[in-house]
Ligand binder design. Structure first.
Ligand code: IDE
Length: 446
């Protein structure tokens, strides 16, 4: 094994999201989310799987934190269920819901684990969706008011906040292709939802500056896009795909403008926005979170909406269970690209992991060697970016636990810890043991 030096103080942790692990979606006065409605809609999830129980984390959080400590985790990225705290999405606070996150954060801190809090990880309160949700311009204020409730309760114990998790997935999945809640398939709605997500991000950052004393950022998913060939049509489609996924959200935040290709991508569905929106969106942020899983290889295809290009991994590519090509160099390249394009602000890998066909438990072990190999190669890629001068400050593996993989239900597992959903028994996989060694050696075991 080659020794890999990670900076002193590099933050090693794991990531989850509320609806994917908590269960108890309506307990203690919580308001339903769009995922409660979507997952209970026949045909929307594999096997009709829902988050009704999931990993039962709402009740088992203390044991899960103990497991994190046993693995040597230094940080834990979690998300807040907006509807658990504000059942109507705004207005009255549900103290029991807020109390769960208060206890979770205290339990993490008591175990020497830094909490990183994501305010929005896709589970919009149904009550707000009934008022237009991300299509209603008022949502920027709704989101900022909710964020302020969380800042007042947790800031100081939480020192790293993220406003949104992956606005691209929220809109591409939830408003364009309908694969994710709220399940819309509407070209015109998609850029409107995107813009309102960015305004909400800006409003929440502005609210934080008024009362927060620590750091706030945003988490984006980025896939470096490569043309399937040197055919000019493939190259042009690749540029559009790169703008649509990789630059659509960070360019407005850092440059106050959308990529020029967006008008080409959306055509008549692409709206114009007032200057004051960009001023709100451009609030200075303290850090950037990157969720990296794979790269994209783009083949021109007029039928592939809205980019006019489809993803076509090269022949012979090794794919994960979600069909994503193993491409660790893309992680290095993306971290370097983010620094070069958006500046030298602190970067965290806020998600990285893979759904693999895990072998069944045997003798109390899950020998997920493929996942160990995935983590090893991607940690090496992070190290290469650091050696190239990128200020990467931490790595959160996705995910701590096998959990509800959204529309794919429990059919795809990303956890380094196996969950038996019949018994809720947690069993660290070989990848958890490997990751524990990586943490203990500050990357040396990678
Ligand atoms: O799919 C694995 C995870 C998911 O469980 C997380 O909640 C979410 O933050 C997440 N984002 C990605 C990367 N982007 C992506 C691309 C296409 C569809 C869905 C996610 C992967 N993941």
């Amino acid at each position: 094994m080659t020794r890999r030096e990670f900076p002193k103080g590099f933050l090693w942790g794991s990531a989850t999201a509320a609806y994917q692990i908590e269960g108890s979606p309506l307990a203690d006065g919580a308001g339903a989310s769009i995922w409660q409605r979507f997952s209970h809609t026949p045909g929307k999830t594999v096997n009709g799987d829902t988050g009704d129980i999931a990993c039962d984390h709402y009740r088992r959080y203390a044991d899960d934190v103990k497991l994190m400590r046993e693995l040597g985790m230094q940080a834990y990225r979690f998300s807040v269920g907006w509807g658990r705290v504000l059942p109507d999405g705004n207005g009255r606070v549900n103290e029991k819901g807020l109390g769960f996150y208060d206890r979770l954060v205290d339990t993490l801190l008591e175990n020497g684990i830094e909490p990183l809090c994501t305010l929005y990880h896709w589970d919009l309160p149904e009550a707000l969706d009934n008022r237009g949700g991300w299509l209603n311009p008022d949502i920027a204020n709704w989101f900022a008011d909710y964020a302020s409730v969380m800042y007042r309760k947790l800031d100081g114990r939480v020192k790293k906040w993220a406003t949104l998790n992956e606005p691209w997935v929220v809109t591409d999945g939830g408003y364009l292709h309908g694969a994710l809640a709220p399940g819309h398939e509407n070209l015109f709605e998609t850029p409107i939802a995107s813009h309102h997500l960015l305004r909400a991000h800006g409003a929440a950052v502005k609210a934080y500056r008024a009362e927060g004393k620590n750091q706030i950022g945003i988490v984006v998913n980025i896939e470096p896009k490569h043309p399937a060939s040197d055919d000019p049509a493939d190259i042009a489609a690749t540029k559009r795909a790169d703008a649509y996924m990789n630059r659509q959200y960070l360019d407005p935040i850092f440059f106050g403008r959308y990529p020029g290709e967006m008008k080409e991508v959306f055509g008549e569905a692409w709206p114009e926005w007032p200057a004051e929106d960009y001023a709100l969106i451009q609030q200075k942020i303290d850090w950037l979170g990157l969720n990296y899983y794979t790269r994209g290889v783009t083949k021109a295809d007029p039928k592939a909406w809205p980019v006019g290009g489809r993803n076509e991994p090269p022949k012979g590519a090794v794919l994960t269970e979600t069909g994503w090509e193993l491409f660790p160099k893309g992680l290095t390249d993306t971290l370097v690209w983010m620094k070069e394009r958006y500046g030298d602000l602190p970067l965290y890998v806020t998600e990285n992991g893979a759904a693999m066909k895990d072998p069944p438990i045997a003798g109390g072990r899950v020998q997920d060697q493929h996942r160990v190999d995935y983590l090893r190669t991607h940690l090496s890629a992070v190290n290469d970016a650091i050696k190239a001068g990128v200020d990467v400050r931490g790595y959160m593996v996705w995910s701590l636990l096998d959990n509800l993989e959204w529309s794919l239900g429990y059919s795809k597992t990303f956890g380094i810890v196996h969950v038996d959903f019949k018994t809720q028994q947690r069993t660290p996989k070989d990848s958890a043991r490997f990751y524990a060694e990586v943490i203990a050696s500050n990357g040396g075991a990678a």
